[in-house]
Ligand binder design. Structure first.
Ligand code: PEP
Length: 248
């Protein structure tokens, strides 16, 4: 059985005070959640949020992680720094990073490897553009991204990772993949893992859906057999909305 995991990606939103207020409001609303709850605030808010969620069922995630432990990488944040303040998860290879910051499959792989080396679980994002879906290459795109992101990982590490299947055309647009589309493509991602690591291991990997998931559509998406959780953008910025997704 795979424990569902629902993570809020706050992106570049929330001042320090707003972040603390949001998570303070969220705590009692998700206290009985049946899934793993994760919040991913901006770096600058991580420490304060870590203090605020101590002793709760909410885990802390970062929105990225560097591939090196330290060094001359101005403006970057490393896994040891994040680990030291209690970060347990890190979103890697989000489509916004791929689109605006030149993130490549190789770098995604290196960042995820470094997260794992420091005991941080990567939430690795894969997903096709609208053009790719219309051209019928969705399966090929997510397969290539998935295999590249896990290149040379040990089976033990693969078992720990979380993959987020996020069709780019559904992110922040209000357009959700249908339950069937999301389920089917997540099945393709799982097959890609099975192709390298075998079915048994692939069946243990948690694969989330992401893309305009909200209080209204969460329970139907979560009822699909391949969908093990959600990566939530817009709907994670209000405690009540996010709690409804978490308590699907
Ligand atoms: C995301 O950015 O990962 C995301 C799924 O955003 P939204 O829920 O706003 O579509």
């Amino acid at each position: 059985m795979r424990t569902p995991i629902i993570a809020g990606n706050w992106k570049m939103n929330m001042t320090l005070a707003e972040a603390v207020a949001l998570v303070r409001e969220l705590k009692p609303l998700v206290a009985d959640a049946k899934c793993q709850v994760v919040v991913c605030p901006p770096y600058i808010c991580l420490h304060a949020v870590a203090e605020e969620i101590k002793g709760t069922n909410i885990a802390l995630g970062a929105q990225n992680i560097h591939w090196a432990d330290k060094g001359a990488f101005t403006g970057e944040i490393s896994a040891p720094m994040l680990k030291a303040i209690g970060v347990q998860y890190a979103i890697i290879g989000h489509s916004e990073r791929r689109q605006y910051f030149g993130e490549t499959d190789e770098r995604v792989r290196d960042r995820a490897a470094n997260a794992l080396a420091h005991g941080i679980i990567p939430i690795i994002c894969v997903g096709e553009s609208l053009e790719q879906r219309e051209n019928g290459v969705t399966d090929a795109v997510v397969t290539v991204q998935t295999v590249a992101a896990l290149k040379d990982f040990s089976p033990a590490d693969v078992e720990k990772v979380v993959i987020a299947y996020e069709p780019i055309w559904a992110i922040g647009t209000g357009k959700t993949a249908t339950n069937a589309e999301a389920n089917e493509t997540i099945g393709v991602v799982r097959n890609a893992i099975a192709g390298v690591y075998g079915k048994e291991l692939a069946n243990k990997v948690r694969i989330q859906y992401g893309g305009s998931m909200n209080a209204k559509n969460a329970s139907a998406l979560m009822a699909m057999p391949e969908i093990d959780g959600g990566l939530i953008g817009g709907a994670s910025l209000k405690a009540e909305d996010f709690s409804k997704v978490v308590n699907f």
